[in-house]
Design a protein around this ligand. Structure first.
Ligand SMILES: NC(=O)c1ccc[n+]([C@@H]2O[C@H](COP(=O)([O-])OP(=O)(O)OC[C@H]3O[C@@H](n4cnc5c(N)ncnc54)[C@H](O)[C@@H]3O)[C@@H](O)[C@H]2O)c1
Length: 288
């Protein structure tokens, strides 16, 4: 696979400047660590989800892409190079037990096996502890926290019956540190994802099911750039990130592939940071 040069934005002492970063947006040639594995991805129509689907497919996985936005999700799968119809898409609202049961039934009927699940769907919100509203709080928690529990419950049940597998919960640096002192509901959901990951990892530790959380820093998805580009928040994201740039979604997707693969076979209950150095500045959580 080719290496891509991508122009990324840096921020230093109040000045923005560009720089070309060289990285692979896909698996390296011959690197098909996930060959034939059936992997379910939630929130697959989003900025990071799309990149995860594409990376897993490039590593040989059979991807079941799911999202509440079924149409966009179907087009994500349609855009993948034809791999003999190995991939499928389906509507899945992660808050719904019925949708999870239908997804598991689809996987059993279509593939007869499941090897991994990426709990990626979540929504954000900027309101602070003082300003958050009950309806918005409930929605953010229902999708980003309860949805991840349901994902582990239903996908984990099938993984148990299939002899094991890997669950990757997409968390955030904001599940660990206080960020900017706002987004209280998002912090609550992600903090819970971090703790639930370790709890579930212990539950399944001897049964071949590994559960790890991945904590990205700020990712330069289209949605994030549309929302924040040029704003004080964007500058704060850049200036607080030691590497001075946002992540490319492909850089996060590469870590997801690693956590799903046997290359991470001795890792469970781990929290993996792909954050451009953000938490290196505030490392108390790592030594306590
Ligand atoms: N973008 C960032 O900077 C960043 C940083 C750290 C962590 N993350 C995490 O990465 C993950 C993906 O974020 P993203 O940036 O791609 O967001 P996004 O908004 O682009 O994508 C989220 C996807 O989730 C789907 N979704 C929303 N509600 C759903 C529901 N009830 N059921 C199923 N799907 C639903 C949306 O339709 C969308 O396709 C999230 O867990 C997010 O918290 C993102």
């Amino acid at each position: 696979m080719p290496l891509y040069l991508r122009r990324v934005q840096f921020f230093n002492q109040g000045v923005h400047y560009g720089h070309d970063v060289r990285f692979s947006t896909s698996a390296r040639s011959g690197q098909e660590r996930l060959s034939g594995r059936v992997i379910l991805v939630t929130g697959a129509a989003g900025g990071l989800g799309t990149s995860i689907v594409s990376r897993l497919a490039a590593e040989g996985a059979r991807v079941v892409a799911s999202d509440i936005d079924a149409n966009t999700c179907a087009s994500v799968i349609a855009e993948l190079a034809d791999r003999g119809g190995a991939h499928t898409s389906l509507p899945l609202d992660v808050r719904s037990d019925e949708d999870w049961q239908a997804a598991i039934e689809h996987i059993q009927n279509r593939y007869g096996v499941l090897h991994g699940c990426v709990n990626n769907a979540a929504i954000g919100g900027l309101a602070s502890v003082a300003d958050e509203r009950r309806d918005r709080w409930d929605r953010i928690i229902a999708i980003g926290q309860t949805g991840v529990w349901l994902g582990m419950k239903y996908a984990g049940g099938l993984l148990e019956r299939c002899g094991g597998g890997s669950i990757v919960n997409i968390c955030s640096i904001l599940g660990t540190v206080g960020g900017f002192g706002d987004s209280i509901a998002y912090h609550a959901a992600k903090g819970a994802v971090r703790a639930m990951t370790k709890n579930a990892a212990l539950h399944w530790a001897t049964q071949g099911i590994r559960v790890n959380s991945l904590h990205p820093g700020f990712i330069g998805t289209e949605q994030v750039l549309d929302l924040y580009a040029g704003s004080p928040r964007h500058e704060a994201m850049l200036s607080h990130t030691p590497m001075g740039r946002l992540a490319d979604p492909a850089e996060i997707a590469a870590v997801v592939a690693f956590l799903l693969s046997d290359d991470s076979s001795y890792m469970t209950g781990s929290e993996i940071y792909a954050d451009g150095g953000w938490t290196a500045r505030y490392s108390r959580h790592q030594s306590n």
